[in-house]
Design a binder for this molecule. Structure first.
Ligand code: SIN
Length: 283
């Protein structure tokens, strides 16, 4: 099989060379990629010339796929694929151009958040449009005892709509959420320190994009504590910046990382396909 796995930074991430996700029945390849994901938090699988069906089939090996709440931006014929794109066809946006431009872990606002997400570059800008990833195990492990003591045993409340509405004001393609979308995104409460169900390691589980407050805490005190946690987790030593190469497919583990899409020059095209795997209730 001959997969080569090379670390991309001190803190997280590895690139995988030699994989081919169009080999849908290759169990050994899938097991090796799963191992590399658990060891590195994110894997960049290089040079994937694959069809949407291949991305879906590979993603399904790890769990049920989620259909994103913003159904307007599905790849036609593939409800499990959300387009993240600034392309327009017949005057209509084919994807969410400004998706993920804040620190977050996917679907943390749901009772059962995402285990992992896969983003496949179809077209990338000549410069910019990078994605930042943060190692949330490393954040928790490096945290001063005094800060950690304040979050032990505490739960955070996550919300989707607040962030959606913030971006909606700057993007006419983001329509008002329908009653059905609102009902699906009423939020969730999860432990601030979560235990990864596969590695058993503990990670910080709050993010600027989706964490609203802390349960059973005075709102001002909760806000101060969250701001401290956000500032600490954004330190450069916990972050890997991914500069996309053509045909990269990134698989990230939402249970121990968060990510943030960096804006780019809108004159360039950035067109990506995303699948999202449903995980477990965080504990
Ligand atoms: C996302 O949050 O899924 C978007 C990431 C990206 O476009 O780089």
């Amino acid at each position: 099989m001959g997969l080569q796995v090379n670390r991309l930074s001190e803190v997280l991430g590895a690139e995988v060379i030699g994989a081919d996700l169009s080999r849908q029945d290759d169990d050994d390849q899938a097991a090796a990629l799963h191992r590399a994901l658990l060891d590195n938090g994110i894997i960049v699988i290089r040079n994937q010339h694959i069809a949407p069906d291949d991305q879906i089939a590979f993603s399904r090996r790890f769990g049920k796929l989620s259909v994103h709440v913003l159904t307007d931006f599905q790849l036609p014929g593939y409800p499990e694929i959300t387009c993240i794109s600034n392309k327009r066809e017949n005057g209509k946006a084919v994807g969410i151009a400004d998706a993920g431009r804040h620190w977050h872990s996917d679907q943390a606002y749901e009772r059962i958040p995402a285990m992992g997400s896969l983003l496949h570059a179809q077209e990338i800008p000549p410069e910019g449009g990078d994605t930042l990833f943060c190692n949330m195990y490393a954040v928790l492990e490096a945290m001063p005892e005094s800060l950690r003591a304040r979050i032990e045993g505490k739960y955070a409340i996550f919300n989707y709509q607040r962030e959606y509405n913030r971006f909606k004001s700057g993007n006419a393609d983001r329509k008002a959420l329908t009653p059905e979308q609102i009902a699906r995104t009423t939020g969730a409460t999860h432990p601030i320190i979560r235990t990864h169900p596969e590695t058993g390691r503990k990670a910080l589980y709050v993010s600027e994009g989706h964490t609203e407050t802390i349960k059973d805490m005075d709102p001002e005190e909760a806000e101060d504590l969250l701001q401290e946690l956000f500032a600490f987790s954004k330190r450069p030593e916990f972050i890997y910046r991914h500069v996309w190469q053509p045909h990269d497919l990134i698989f990230w583990d939402n249970r121990c990382t968060m990510h943030n899409a960096v804006p780019y020059n809108p004159e360039y095209t950035r067109h990506m396909y995303r699948t999202t795997i449903i995980g477990d209730v965080p504990v």
